[in-house]
Design a protein around this ligand. Structure first.
Ligand code: GDP
Length: 372
């Protein structure tokens, strides 16, 4: 090896008294100042102009896509501004994917199922994105998609893009961010977008209002099949799949299918005109997956032909406009300095009976209006 002067360094190391002698076994100081390197990395991560994010996303650049999603998730005002520019730029290129919601209680087998289904699709050359809505993730430190070991194969698949739930925020906020992320993923050319949620709260209603097809995963229970999931969620399902239909569980799964078919008959016919299907799958044995994919494609043919898909998306867009109005107004109200200053006092007066709840609310709203 040559030193900067062109001398052979190994020769110099052999000279006992050379100032350039490097004792073997002594760790070399880093050739780059670590602080400078960090600064460089930070600079590299600095904001790009919105146009560069948009062109990167349209070119299918996953690093740029991830960075743009991080801006959507950020709480910073400058990030929010540029995120909105990126979304606006991507919007004309969105809407071409199949949007599929998947819900089911923890342990039902969602991630195992998505992994197998996803691999099946990517092996057919499809590009898939998996997003998640989990408003509990802040508390549970990311119970859904947060664990790196979930969907291990799919995470390493160049045709799959997996993004955990945004960690912070209200359900409304998390849902909005996921919806905006979906727009970017569509612009990046993903053909199918899966939105996963835990079937234990309100989040499935939010997911239902942003997808075209809603899949409910259920376990075959002993007897009490219909207890686990609320009736409202079952009514939203376009298909119910009984998971883990393998080994000794096949018979249970078949029985559960029959029970759910009977139960679904009692519901009013859905507006889509599509009668929800019930079937069983096993991620472990890779069975039922192709049948399920056929059902999904059949559904899309049906709603495309009938015009229901377009109608559903239009209604969803309207729904999200009103949801956003409510969120933004509430957010503005609670962030108002005068409201924040007075709200605790007002709460006390209402609780003491010195004021009615109505009077307390109106007084605070009047304070808020003064700020306009
Ligand atoms: P999630 O919490 O809904 O995402 O569920 P997971 O995919 O993490 O699965 C929960 C447990 O069920 C894990 O121990 C899996 O190994 C198991 N599991 C998932 N799919 C199957 C299946 O098809 N058959 C069987 N027998 N077990 C499964």
């Amino acid at each position: 090896m040559l030193n900067p002067k062109g001398n052979n360094m190994e020769d110099q190391n052999r000279l006992p008294d050379s100032a350039l002698k490097v004792n073997s076994g002594i760790e070399q100081p880093p050739s780059v100042d670590p602080k400078a390197a960090q600064h460089f990395l930070r600079k590299r991560k600095s904001l790009l102009p919105a146009g560069e994010y948009i062109s990167g996303i349209l070119a299918g650049n996953r690093t740029i896509l991830s960075r743009a999603i991080t801006l959507i998730e950020s709480q910073r005002a400058d990030h929010a501004k540029i995120a909105q520019e990126i979304i606006t730029g991507c919007l004309p290129y969105s809407g071409n994917s199949m949007r599929i919601g998947i819900t089911g209680v923890p342990g039902v087998g969602k991630s195992s199922f998505i992994e197998v289904l996803g691999k099946c699709l990517t092996s057919q050359g499809k590009k898939i994105a998996v997003l998640a809505i989990d408003p509990s993730s802040e508390r549970s430190k990311g119970s859904i998609l947060g664990d790196k070991t979930r969907m291990e194969q799919l995470s390493n698949d160049p045709n799959a893009f997996i993004r955990p739930s945004p960690a912070a925020g209200t359900l409304g906020g998390v849902a909005r961010k996921t919806r905006e992320t979906m727009i970017l993923c569509e612009a990046a050319g993903f053909n199918l977008i899966f939105i996963e949620t835990v079937g234990v709260g309100q989040s499935e209603t939010a997911v239902h209002s942003m997808v075209d097809f809603f899949l409910l995963l259920m376990l075959a229970g002993a007897g009490d099949e219909l207890q686990g999931i609320k009736r409202g969620i079952m009514e939203m399902a376009d298909t119910i799949a009984i998971t883990k239909a393998d080994g000794g569980n096949i018979r249970n799964a078949d029985m559960a299918c029959q029970d759910y078919r009977n139960a679904l008959h009692l519901f009013p016919p859905p507006e889509s005109g599509w009668l929800p299907k019930v079937m069983s799958v096993s991620a472990r044995e890779n069975s039922g997956i192709n049948t399920l994919l056929d059902i999904i494609f059949e559904y899309f043919d049906h709603v495309n032909e009938s015009g229901f898909l377009e109608k559903r998306r239009m209604e969803q867009a309207r729904h999200w406009m009103y949801t956003t109005i409510q969120e933004q107004l509430l957010d503005g109200f609670y962030r108002d300095p005068e409201v924040s200053r007075q709200i605790k006092e007002m709460e006390k007066r209402v609780m003491d009976g010195g004021m009615t709840s109505f009077q307390g609310a109106i007084k605070l709203i009047e304070e808020y209006r003064k700020s306009f």
